[in-house]
Design a protein around this ligand. Structure first.
Ligand code: PMV
Length: 354
């Protein structure tokens, strides 16, 4: 399947020659894994975060979305494929969020009509693997193109953020990405800290649970401030953000790893001490974390981070990725292992889903 990147993201093409004339577009967008996480919002409706976040965009996992704009009145038609089987009606809560975002984009574009949407994931949805980041990034990019717009990546990021899935703001860019806090025009979109080819890092994802998580990240953001550790985490973040920026610039993996693991544990401490508490970790999460500590004792540089879910992302360098995947795959608690790595970001595809 052929693919093209977005302006200001991939460097392989000048897309000014691709002014859309058709009202249909397909985009494949990857999830991202946050080294410093978005957890808690000043304005949840608009996804204005309390703190900046930094992530790495993945390459192999993806959401793919085809959007067709129909210049006629009617309901949006939203189909979804979670994996394996055929397309079906999207789960109601997800369909509702998609519908709201389509309405938002229609208003932004100043047009009427309705949309036909098909979206699919290559990996389990709503299991803490950032399917909403990739899903809403793909939806935003495909919808704006279907409407005939060829936007700068900063504007695409800002529109993706407005979906309510703030981390989607980071998934429109490849490589290593920072999303600032604040709601000024400069702060409300993500930007690239370094391209994927700056530093080849791997993410070995140990799946200990593939069902949807019990508490959505939106509810997590809502409850974050109720934790007594919320303020302490915010105090620690400026130093951590600087350490992660420097570690990326210097390609200092030991420094990056120690900060990202501490940050992930703190985020889950905040979740576990929120009112009411949120326990994303499962027994399998702890056995993967123990195996990663053992890998380090054995001389393998591997560090863990978890988003809002039980599954563990293990960051490592390419030479260690196979060993890490084998060791984690042997654990009884691990159902499957996805070996991913840093990637160049979303791409436009010529082949549509319908
Ligand atoms: O973008 P949301 O609302 O799905 O929240 C993302 C939350 C985390 O994945 C836990 C952290 C992050 O920055 O990706």
């Amino acid at each position: 399947m052929s693919g093209r990147g977005f302006p200001g993201n991939r460097e392989d093409e000048d897309l000014s020659t691709h002014k859309a004339t058709v009202h249909k577009a397909t985009v494949k967008a990857p999830p991202n894994i946050a080294f410093i996480k978005y957890w808690g919002a000043r304005d949840l409706e608009r996804a204005i975060p309390f703190n900046p976040s930094i992530s790495m965009t993945l390459e192999r996992c993806y959401s793919r979305c085809t959007v067709e704009w129909l210049d006629q009145d009617g309901e949006h038609d939203i189909k979804w494929r979670g994996g394996g089987g055929g397309f079906e009606a999207a789960p109601p809560a997800f369909a509702e969020r998609i519908r709201a975002h389509l309405d938002r984009l229609r208003l932004w574009a100043g047009v009427g009509g309705c949309f036909r949407v098909a979206t699919e994931n290559s990996f389990p949805a709503a299991a803490g693997l950032a399917s909403s980041a990739s899903g809403f990034a793909a939806l935003t990019l495909a919808t704006t193109r279907a409407l005939g717009h060829n936007l700068a990546v900063s504007e695409l990021s800002s529109l993706a953020r407005a979906s309510g899935s703030g981390s989607a703001a980071r998934s429109v860019l490849g490589g290593y990405v920072e999303w600032p806090s604040g709601d000024s025009a400069e702060a409300c979109h993500a930007y690239q800290l370094a391209p994927a080819d700056h530093w080849s890092l791997c993410d070995v994802i140990a799946l200990v649970e593939t069902g949807p998580k019990a508490v959505s990240s939106l509810d997590g953001h809502r409850r974050a401030e109720s934790s007594p550790y919320f303020v302490r985490r915010q105090e620690l973040l400026p130093g951590r953000l600087e350490a992660v920026r420097e570690a990326i610039t210097d390609r200092d993996f030991a420094r990056l790893g120690s900060v990202l693991e501490a940050e992930a544990i703190d985020l889950h401490c905040v979740a576990m001490t929120s009112q009411p508490p949120i326990f994303y970790w499962q027994p399998g999460t702890l056995s993967v974390l123990a195996a990663i500590r053992q890998l380090r004792r054995d001389g393998v540089a591997a560090y863990a981070t978890m988003d809002a879910g039980a599954n563990v992302h293990t960051l490592c360098q390419p030479d260690d990725a196979e060993c890490v995947a084998t060791r984690l795959g042997e654990l009884e608690a691990v159902g499957d292992v996805i070996s991913d790595r840093v990637g160049p970001g979303p791409e436009i595809q010529d082949e549509h889903l319908f």
